[in-house]
Design a protein around this ligand. Structure first.
Ligand code: AN0
Ligand code: CP
Length: 320
């Protein structure tokens, strides 16, 4: 595996899930793989879980790790070619990428969608420059359109906690005060379609996800109808993907608090387990009672980020 962005990059999901279980039982099993190898983790945006879990995963595999926060101490980077650099950006990505690559064997990049230019975001403008110019395997740690390490951890969590062979999994939009990327719901939809689950998406009109990720998944605009009989409720806010109307891309179309996941929503489910990728705004996305309930999986779900990252880094190391 040379890049990790989409579900297909990882190979057969059942094998990846078996590897996840194997690594969870013995996280240092492949410690020899990373000997004298270095992973560089580059953050253009904030992170708690991805930052810690990916470092831990790298160390599980015996890798050295370097973490660079581009906006804290590094030179401000220009990302567009052809710009006259007379502003606040001191260095261009086109020099920075090969320089950074010269010190490492694998590169992880966190770079959120700008949410102003749909075409640039969906072309993964920044991540694709790393893929093109680094000469190293590159993995997304949430890039403009996808968060595959999260979706893989989510799938591992569902696999561990499912109480029926083919659970009903509902992805529900929920309100948030700020415009958020579509990366998490995009990847979640992509991975759920590839998994053996009954997958339903629910959101207000205008929030339709990009067909590249959501495919022909069942979309139900009536949230309570969608949640009926659910085994897993996966809540997330996202801004307008601009599928129906490109001018709305990245905008907040609704702050309807009736979409907040509360006890009344959970009551129509099949005693569902609650999931969210975190960080979460309590009493916007989900009420205190639901996130604190014994049916909430948010903590084991976050802990599984170490496992998904260990499997992914193992695949990248094996292909070096
Ligand atoms: C980010 C998002 O929604 O993509 C990161 C989630 C893992 N969330 C926020 O910016 C709050
Ligand atoms: N879920 C997730 O990726 O969290 P961070 O933004 O804290 O890394």
């Amino acid at each position: 595996m040379k890049t990790f962005l989409h579900v297909n990059d990882l190979g057969p999901l059942d094998l990846a899930l078996a590897e996840a279980a194997e690594i969870k039982a013995d996280r240092y099993k492949y410690e020899h793989l990373g000997h004298h190898k270095t992973a560089l983790l580059i953050f253009f945006n904030n992170s708690l879980r991805t930052r810690l879990s990916t470092q831990k995963a790298a160390r599980n595999l015996g890798l050295d790790v370097m973490v660079l926060d581009v906006n804290q101490g590094a030179w401000k980077l220009e990302t567009e070619r052809g710009v006259v650099m007379d502003g606040d950006k001191s260095e261009h990505l086109l020099e920075a990428i090969p320089v950074m690559a010269s010190f490492c064997d694998i590169i992880g990049v966190r770079t959120f969608a700008g949410l102003t230019n749909r075409q640039a975001d969906y072309a993964e403008n920044i991540l694709s420059q790393f893929i093109k110019y680094s000469g190293r395997p590159v993995f997304s740690m949430e890039s403009a359109t996808a968060h595959p390490l999260q979706a893989f951890a989510d799938l591992i969590t569902i696999e561990e906690h499912k109480e029926t062979k083919r659970p009903k999994v509902v992805l529900t939009w929920a309100p948030h005060p700020r415009a958020l990327p579509q990366a998490v719901p995009n990847s979640f939809a992509e991975w759920m379609r590839a998994a053996d689950v009954d997958f339903v998406v629910t959101h207000p009109h205008g929030y339709e996800l990009d067909p590249l990720f959501v495919g022909d998944a069942h979309v139900e605009y009536d949230q309570l109808k969608a949640l009926k009989g659910a085994d897993f409720v996966y809540a997330k806010n996202w801004s307008c993907p601009g599928v129906a109307n490109a001018d709305d891309y990245g905008k907040i179309l609704s702050k309807d608090m009736s979409w907040t996941v509360d006890e009344a929503h959970m009551a129509v489910t099949n005693n569902a387990q609650f999931m969210h990728c975190l960080p979460v705004r309590r009493n916007m996305i989900v009420t205190d009672d639901v996130i604190e309930s014994p049916r909430s999986l948010v903590i084991p779900e976050a802990a599984n980020r170490e496992i998904s990252a260990t499997v992914v880094l193992k695949h990248l190391l094996e292909a070096l």
